[in-house]
Design a protein around this ligand. Structure first.
Ligand code: URA
Length: 260
């Protein structure tokens, strides 16, 4: 246990490092004990967990403090700045249980944006959207539309995985949707394709079933919005692939008039 003056000296040390522009350290107990007596005498290099950090560790390190409001979300002008602002989010309890924040991925100038519900286990582990089996099917669906995955933008309503892949809770949606809205404002896609009933119902604020949501051009904050099956549902029920293909053809037609 540190005594009061040791704690004060550690607080001074941390303040100095913050003033020097550093935002993250890993301080081992040994480091604290051996340095506490001399932190005010000489600057000590922060001890890093390891020299080589993974991409997801680098991203985590770039995250600023989790205290931000919707004002600082709308102030961000690029996807990179938005991600840095929100990726340390703990505005709902999912921030405490996630492995990685899954911001979204793809072309920042995309004309087509796909929006799923929330990261699953694979996405939580890798910090990227739609990278599991459903994601591989989504990639093939995009390619069938004569596009590449890197041409479009892929995101989710929630950026953190709900435990056991349960449905998003209203309070989680309320906290997370402003991030999605800002992503849409920055990307300005021509068409959004919502993947699955939950995604469609949640964003359109309706309880209508998937059958009545499909096949129509809805409006989501001024952007054409088309709802189709979730790729995970298509893996479970391949009979839905034909109607899902009709939806994707509609997306492509609305985007540039191409008839697939
Ligand atoms: N399901 C989703 O809705 N989103 C993902 O990113 C992965 C699976």
């Amino acid at each position: 246990m540190m005594n009061r003056s040791e704690k004060e000296r550690l607080a001074d040390f941390v303040s100095q490092r913050i003033e020097m522009g550093e935002t993250e350290w890993y301080l081992s107990p040994d480091f604290i004990h051996s340095s506490i007596g001399r932190v005010n005498e000489s600057p000590v290099s922060p001890v890093k967990k390891s020299a080589a950090r993974s991409d997801s560790e680098m991203k985590k390190a770039a995250c600023v403090e989790p205290s931000f409001g919707n004002g600082s979300i709308t102030a961000q002008k690029s996807l990179e700045d938005l991600e840095k602002t929100v990726c340390g989010c703990v505005r709902c309890s999912l921030g405490r249980t996630r492995t990685n924040f899954v911001f979204g991925d793809g072309n920042p100038d995309a004309d087509i944006m796909f929006i799923g519900e929330a990261p699953g286990a694979d996405e939580d582990a890798q910090g990227m959207p739609f990278v599991g089996r459903a994601g591989q099917l989504l990639t093939r669906m995009i390619e069938a539309m004569k596009l590449r995955r890197e041409d479009v933008y892929i995101g989710n309503i929630l950026k953190c995985r709900p435990p056991n892949n349960r449905d998003p809770k209203p309070e989680e949606i309320e906290m997370c949707e402003p991030i999605l809205l800002r992503q849409i404002e920055i990307i300005r896609p021509a068409v959004i394709c919502a993947l699955g009933r939950i995604s469609g119902q949640t964003l359109l604020r309706t309880k209508s079933n998937l059958a009545s949501l499909r096949g129509k051009i809805h409006d989501y904050h001024g952007v054409k919005f088309i709802v189709t099956y979730h790729p995970a549902a298509l893996l479970r029920n391949p009979h839905w692939k034909k109607p899902a293909w009709d939806d994707l053809r509609l997306v492509r037609r609305e985007y540039d008039g191409l008839e697939l």
